[in-house]
Structures are given as C-alpha cells and as structure tokens.
Design a protein. Structure first.
Length: 340
C-alpha cells in the first residue's frame, strides 16, 4: 500500500522500507550538539600584601638574612672565643663585620664620629678607609683576648684598666649583636607576626648604635695606648736620630772651616752618646743574649787610629777588623737617616 510522497513505504510485516529508519530521525553525526565551554575556576582577587610581607621581599630583609648566615659561619674555638688566627676564621669574621657596617647604613644607625682617628700615626691610618666605619678584625681580636701587657724590645708594658674593661665590653657586645639580629630575623619570618616595619627599623638602629659606640670606645683608647707604648719603645731610635743630626751639623760646620778630621770636645761627646745609644738598641733588638751594650766609643776611636796608622802590608787582618768597625758605625748612621 502506498501513501502520498510524504509518507514512508511499509512492507507486509509493518516495517518501514526506508532501510529501517524513520524519515524524521536525525543521526548523531547530523545533529549539531552544542559545544561545551570550559569553565575556569574563578579565584578571589589577590589579597594585598601586608607591611611585613612587603618587607620580606625587600633588599633590607635580604641583607638581614645574609647577616644571620654570616654569623653562622663564624668559627668558634673551644673557649667560646672566635678563631681569628686562621685565614678562614679571619675571612669569616671580616665578612660578618662588613655586614654590620652595611646594616648601620641601611637602618640609619646614629654611629659615632671617627675624628679621633686623625690622631693616629701613619702606621695605623693606612689601615682605615676615610669616611668608613672600618670594623677591623685586629681590634676585635685584641678585645676578645684581653692580654694585660705586651713585651716590646725586652720591656714589659701593661695596659690600663680602662683599655681592658672597654675590651671586655666590646667582646660582649659583639656576641649580643649577633643574638639580637638573629632574634629579630626569626620574629619577622614567623607566620603570625606582631611587629611593624617601623619597630624593626628602630629596634635594629638602637642596637647597632650601642654596638658602634662600644666599638669606638675601645678602639680609640686601645690604639692611642698602643701608640704611647710604641713611642716609648722607639725612644732609643728617636734619640739616636736626633743625636746623629747634631753630629752632622758639627761635621758640616768644621768642614766649612777646612778641617778634615773633627776632633772637638762637643763632637766627641755627641759621638760617644750615639755609640751608647747604639749599644742599647743592640741589646733590646737581640733579647736572646747576643746583643751587647758594653762596647764604648773607645773601640771606634781605636779602630780609626789603627786604620790611619797601619797599612794593609803591615797587618791586613788588623786593618780589616778596624775597617769593619768603622763601616758598622757608618752603616748605622745611614740607617738612622733613612728612618728619619
């Protein structure tokens, strides 16, 4: 049976003749399924960083953290003092002290003036960089050791109680500043921080001020006292230089008068004084018993007489000995003028 063209053909078994498909059926391939739009998980807008979190990202905090790390690298001895004798120990301490200097600058510490260094001798001035705090490991080492006296040229020089007391305070302050920096760092990195950046800056600056003032108190009196000790230990050299100058003036005066050999009472006295000083220098420069101070000017006078009277053909050995004595005295005078 056929219907109009709009109906499908049905066979005797009631099945559709359209290959078993309903004419109104649309296959999945023909059906335009709606495209799935991926859903992105929406997050809340970023929370603004707190003041402390901002500080943790700053160069100032990195400097603080590095200082703590430098402190960990300091080498301690069995007596709880620091190893400043080995190269590694000195290097570690120098790095830490440099970090302290940078902290003073960054946290605006009110450091003490260094005008007292203008009084230092050239030997000490060369150790310091002008306009810099210059925390030297040598100063810290002397503070922690606290030796009560020094032996210089065979003489014992005792440090004052003020120097020893200031040294003890500096060493204590050196240990305190390490603990303060570490405690402050650990408070900043805690999950729950109850401090402000301003309080961090003020607290750090306060303790850096105390460390710097303690350092200056010791450095000033320690170096100045060292200079006094050295000046006293050099008194023989200083006296010898001045005496040699007086001899040179007499020689020039006598030569201007046409005298080749100077034989005045004043000249003899000055030269005897210089030889006596030479003996003292010789004795303190050779403390193991090899230096003598009992050789007087008569030996030089005898040597000069022998050198004038005896020819090399008469006694070469005696003349050579006299020449060596004369040369030793002349070399000593040359050395004095070099160090003047």
């Amino acid at each position: 049976m056929y219907s109009d063209g709009s109906e499908e053909e049905v066979d005797s078994e009631g099945k559709s003749s359209n290959n078993g498909k309903n004419a109104n059926y649309i296959s999945e391939d023909d059906f335009d399924l709606p495209k799935l739009i991926p859903i992105r998980a929406q997050t809340a807008p970023p929370r603004p960083l707190t003041e402390i979190e901002e500080f943790r990202r700053s160069p100032d905090f990195l400097l603080l953290e590095n200082t703590v790390m430098m402190s960990d690298h300091l080498k301690q001895r069995a007596d709880e003092k620091y190893d400043l004798d080995s190269e590694d120990g000195q290097r570690a301490c120098k790095r830490f002290l440099n970090q302290i200097e940078r902290l003073c600058e960054v946290f605006k510490a009110d450091c003490a003036a260094r005008t007292y260094r203008e009084q230092f001798s050239k030997a000490y001035k060369v150790l310091y960089k002008e306009g810099s705090l210059c925390y030297l490991t040598e100063i810290l080492d002397s503070a922690q050791e606290g030796f009560p006296y020094l032996w210089v040229n065979g003489e014992k020089y005792v440090f004052s109680h003020e120097v020893l007391d200031a040294g003890r305070k500096l060493f204590q302050q050196f240990r305190i500043i390490q603990n303060i920096i570490r405690n402050l760092y650990e408070r900043i990195i805690e999950d729950t921080v109850n401090i402000t950046v301003q309080s961090i800056i003020e607290d750090m600056a306060k303790h850096l001020d105390e460390f710097d003032q303690t350092w200056v108190n010791y450095e000033q009196i320690y170096v100045l006292e060292l200079m006094l000790i050295e000046a006293d230990a050099r008194r023989y050299i200083t006296e010898a230089i001045e005496t040699d100058k007086e001899l040179a003036q007499i020689e020039q005066k006598e030569k201007a008068r046409g005298r080749i050999v100077v034989d005045t009472a004043e000249y003899t006295e000055k030269r005897s004084k210089l030889i006596t000083i030479l003996g003292k220098i010789n004795s303190v420069a050779n403390p193991e018993g090899m230096g003598r101070d009992d050789l007087g000017s008569e030996i030089l006078l005898a040597a000069e007489g022998i050198f004038r009277r005896i020819s090399p053909t008469q006694s070469k050995a005696v003349r050579n000995l006299a020449e060596r004595i004369k040369k030793a005295f002349a070399d000593f005078k040359t050395l004095l003028r070099k160090y003047d």
